[in-house]
Every structure is written in structure tokens, then in C-alpha cells.
Design a protein around this ligand. Structure first.
Ligand code: PEP
Ligand code: MN
Length: 336
């Protein structure tokens, strides 16, 4: 950490800043002279409140030189984390397709869809049981029963499963689910992050529409601090000023996150665009941008879906998209 001293600051103020840094176990060295003086603070400054330091007399600015997320940052862990879910690998150059309906609507729906998705190229089966809808009057999901149907369909088709958990109390219901999803609306639900971080299962963490990448990484740090080492980050669109799409897909999040963290990064173009016509181009673009995988909503009958039908691919559209994605990936690999 570097503390920039205000021009003309008194010696007593500077001594107080140094004493404060040392009280946190840091070694503080005053460098420079004349009008430009700095204090280089060496050591672990993770617990020091930079805003309080900035408010001290004689301080012009405070800059951290290391990131506040030591566990998920690249610094301490330069190699990519490769997540293993059954036989599926994700991260470190291994690409995974997560597909399924927005919500598990019935046992029949998910049992018949799962093998079609697997044959088309899906490696992980998704399906919501508890749906966090904007309106309390909208379909809220089939609940615990749907988790059982999803697990059954995943087992029958040989696909690991993922579903969104909304509260710590729901954890026991997710025993049969392989990957716990923390949805966009819950990214900063710290009690949920702590509970899920200690649950001993891999986690799919979605970015909040108003969350910065730093906040996403700090949410991942909550999970890792709670002993969860297997996390997939998911960019799913942020809230901008554009209204032609549901959200604005921030594809630059992919290379930025991959520079900052060792965790796998995937993209969800379904929730980002909200419109089936835009899912294909943005899925291809996400693969080209270096994503480690995609999450896509697929429904056997989108016109009659109980939630998010407008953004759902039909299984045959999903199949042809998987073939196109393979070509994008081959082109990337040929270039590498
Ligand atoms: C979902 O993936 O089911 C979902 C609700 O997405 P998000 O949390 O990104 O809105
Ligand atoms: Mn959905």
C-alpha cells in the first residue's frame, strides 16, 4: 500500500500516519522529499480500512498495490483452477456447456429434455426449482419437488446438475444437486455466501446486474474464505441505459476476470439478452472472447414456458449452436 502525503503536511501528522500503519503490523517507510512524499507500507494491509486512512490529516491519497481478494486472485495462484464435476472439466482451456430450462416445470419435461440436451452437446443440466422473479405474482418455481426431478433427470442422462439456491435454510434440499447456483440477485447476500461457502459443494456465482467485477470477486472471496475452492464465475449482463436487450452483456468481463482470477469464467447470453434471436451471436462472441463455458436456457416449447420463454432456445437450435461453438473453439485452438 502507498500513502501519498499532502503537500505541506506537518511532521506530527506524518508520524501519526506511520504509527497507524505500524499498529496494523505494517512496516512503514517514508520516501521522497520536498513537495512529494510517500509512505510505502509493506505487509498484509488486508484488514486496514483505506477510507479511514485517507481521512487522516496530512493524507492526500491511499493506493493499494495488491488486490483485496487474496484467495481468488491470480497473484497467489497463477494457474487456472479446473473444476471437476463428475467427468466434466471446466476451466484451464476446458469448455463446458450448461443447458436446460429456466425452471423445471414437471418431471416429464426434464426427464425427456435431459437426454436430448446431452446428445446435442450439453455437459451440465440446469433447471430452477426456486425462481427469484421480479413480480410476486409470477411463477415462483415448483420448489423442492423440482430439485428431485432435476437430480433424477441428471442421473438418468449422465449429466451433473445445477440449480439456484435462495436461502441458507434451503441447503438440505440441495443434497442431490451437484453445483449450487447463487443467482444475480443474491451475489451480495453475504449470509447466503457464507452458508454456501461452507457447504462443501462447488458453486456457480452469477454477477449482479449492478455489481462491479471487483464486487463479484469479493463475493467469490466470501465463498473461498468459507473453504469453497470450486467456483465458476458467470457474466450474465449488467444494467445499462439500453432497453433493446434485457441487460447489457459485458463481454469484456471475460478477459478482465481471467486476468484477475484463476477461477473459470462462463457467460449466460440468455438472461443477458432476453431474446432468443440474440442468444446465438452473443454465445459465439463469448466463446471467441475466451469464456470457459456457457449457460443457455433451452425449452422444448418456449411459447408455453412458465418463465423466460422469450429467451429460450429450442433443443434443435441448441444443437446447431453447439456445432457452431465447436468450430469457434477449433479456430481459437488452431491460433493458439
Ligand atoms: C437463472 O439462471 O435461473 C437466473 C435467474 O439468472 P440470473 O440470476 O442471472 O438472473
Ligand atoms: Mn431464466
Amino acid at each position: 500500500m502507498v500513502v501519498i502525503i499532502r503537500d505541506g503536511a506537518g511532521e506530527e501528522a506524518i508520524r501519526a500516519v506511520i504509527a497507524r500503519l505500524e499498529s496494523f503490523g505494517l512496516r512503514a517507510e517514508l520516501v521522497g522529499g520536498g513537495r512529494r512524499r510517500l509512505i510505502a507500507a509493506i505487509g498484509d494491509a488486508g484488514r486496514l480500512d483505506t477510507e479511514l486512512l485517507r481521512a487522516m490529516e496530512g493524507v492526500e491519497d491511499v493506493r493499494r498495490v495488491s488486490e483485496p481478494y487474496p484467495l481468488c486472485g491470480r497473484h497467489a495462484h497463477p494457474d487456472d483452477t479446473v473444476l471437476k464435476l463428475g467427468g466434466v472439466r471446466i476451466g484451464g482451456g476446458q469448455f463446458a456447456m450448461i443447458a436446460g430450462p429456466c425452471a423445471v416445470e414437471s418431471r416429464e419435461q426434464i426427464l425427456s429434455l435431459a437426454p436430448r440436451l446431452k446428445a446435442a452437446g450439453a455437459q451440465i443440466l440446469r433447471g430452477g426449482a426456486f425462481k427469484p422473479r421480479s413480480s410476486p405474482y409470477a411463477f415462483q418455481g415448483r420448489g423442492a419437488e423440482a430439485l428431485g426431478w432435476l437430480a433424477e433427470a441428471g442421473k438418468a442422462a449422465g449429466l451433473p446438475t445445477v440449480s439456484e439456491i435462495l436461502s441458507p435454510e434451503q441447503l438440505p434440499l440441495f443434497e442431490q444437486i451437484d453445483l449450487l447456483q447463487i443467482g444475480a440477485r443474491s451475489m451480495q447476500n453475504t449470509e447466503l455466501l457464507k452458508a454456501v461457502g461452507g457447504a462443501g459443494k462447488p458453486v456457480l456465482l452469477k454477477r449482479s446486474p449492478a455489481g462491479t467485477l471487483r464486487e463479484l470477486l469479493l463475493a467469490a472471496e466470501y465463498l473461498m474464505a468459507g473453504s469453497c475452492g470450486e467456483i465458476i464465475l458467470c457474466e450474465r449482463g449488467v444494467r445499462g441505459f439500453e432497453t433493446e436487450t434485457r441487460f447489457t452483456l459485458d463481454l469484456s468481463a471475460v478477459p478482465v476476470l481471467k486476468e484477475k482470477t484463476h477461477l473459470p469464467v462462463i457467460v449466460d447470453p440468455s438472461h443477458a439478452t432476453g431474446c432468443v434471436r440474440f442468444v446465438r451471436p452473443m454465445a459465439l462472441a463469448a466463446a471467441a472472447a475466451g469464456a470457459d463455458g456457457l449457460m443457455l436456457e433451452v425449452h422444448p416449447d418456449p411459447q408455453n414456458a412458465l418463465s423466460d420463454g422469450a429467451q429460450a432456445l429450442r433443443p434443435e437450435q441448441f444443437e446447431s449452436l453447439c456445432a457452431e461453438l465447436r468450430r469457434v473453439r477449433e479456430a481459437l485452438e488452431a491460433k493458439a
